[in-house]
Design a protein around this ligand. Structure first.
Ligand code: ADP
Length: 320
């Protein structure tokens, strides 16, 4: 387990998912609340593994906002950096995977409290005590959150934190695909560690190839580690000196929501106190195996947060 502080920045919201699978939103007989938001999931993933995590973001000063803050603290994540907006409401999403395989979304974001975090809201004391600072790209979509994101990133970096970026593309939230690509790439060269999914690799490189060449085309000079997650095929890793593949664990997947966040949380937990692991291939591979085990376990249960594993659950899978 780790002691160094991992701070995550960005959105936290509630997904409402139908009580039965395979229906459209209009056909759903009812909905279940599934709290999430990638950066919040990563913070909870870290805490569940025994790490030290804090989340920075803004929630509505409403029932849902206070429920979400409670979920952070109940899971051992510091909510010191959470602000409550007096006017706007907590972000909500209605999400379903229809029988025809298409995802259907509806968002309450007009604008939601998470996008109203501004630079003055930032808890800089917390941010500058981070050993790792992790973020996504949804907080880049609009002001004032975009400026707050850039300021927080810079403050963390100046204070010596490792910057970790998972663009976590949610295309329906962006005004256009081009705008998403442009904004995601606008902070690309700031990060020390970047994790993309296979789908994001295709999107960002505008190609339908998921190979070493296309991954390496995303390399930048300051980058220390690039990861491409491949679902049941595990992950690929790239550093300045070496690259390779780590296989996935075989599990019976029921819901892959949160697998990537679980993977990232585990990785950050393992490198927070020893950034040099990234430069040693054998040690890095051990860490990535652990992260793949975390991702695998997360797919075996419904939802993201309820499915994030403890350290002992990971060891059980690894020792099978
Ligand atoms: P993302 O959410 O970024 O798309 P993935 O779905 O690729 O992430 O999952 C992250 C990691 O979790 C993968 O690298 C893999 O190790 C593990 N994982 C995901 N899906 C499965 C699966 N069906 N079986 C086993 N492991 C999985």
């Amino acid at each position: 387990s780790s002691n160094g502080l991992i701070v995550t920045f960005g959105e936290m919201l509630i997904d409402f998912v139908p009580t039965v699978s395979g229906v459209s939103l209009a056909e759903a007989p009812g909905f279940l609340k599934a709290p999430g938001g990638a950066p919040a999931n990563v913070a909870i993933a870290v805490a569940r593994l025994g790490g030290n995590a804090a989340f920075i973001g803004k929630l509505g000063d409403d029932e849902f906002g206070h429920m979400l803050a409670g979920i952070l603290t109940d899971n051992g994540v510091s909510a010191e950096g959470v602000n409550f907006d007096k006017g706007a409401r907590t972000a909500l999403a209605f999400v379903t995977l229809r029988a025809d395989g298409e995802r259907e979304f509806m968002f309450y974001r007009n604008p939601s409290a998470d996008m109203l975090l501004n630079s003055h809201d930032l808890n800089l004391k917390l941010i500058t005590s981070a050993k790792v600072f992790h973020y996504g790209s949804i907080s880049l979509i609009a002001e004032p959150c975009r400026s707050a994101h850039l300021k927080a990133m810079e403050a963390a970096k100046d204070a010596g934190a490792l910057l970790s970026y998972d663009p976590n593309l949610r295309l329906p939230l962006w005004p256009s695909a081009d705008e998403a690509r442009k904004q995601i790439m606008s902070i690309w060269d700031k990060a020390d560690v970047i994790k993309v999914s296979d789908v994001e690799l295709e999107f960002l490189t505008r190609s339908n190839k998921i190979d070493d060449e296309s991954a390496m085309s995303l390399w930048h000079d300051n980058l220390k580690l690039l990861l491409v997650t491949l679902g049941e095929k595990g992950c690929r890793y790239y550093t300045k000196k070496f690259y390779g593949v780590v296989d996935a664990y075989h599990v019976k997947a029921v819901d892959t929501t949160g697998a990537g966040d679980s993977f990232v949380g585990a990785l950050l937990c393992k490198i927070v106190d020893d950034h040099a692991i990234i430069e040693e291939e054998q040690r890095l591979k051990e860490v990535l195996k652990y992260a793949c085990a975390c991702g695998a376990i997360t797919t075996t249960k419904k939802g993201a947060i309820p499915a994030l594993p403890t350290h002992s659950e990971v060891l059980t899978l690894q020792n099978k």
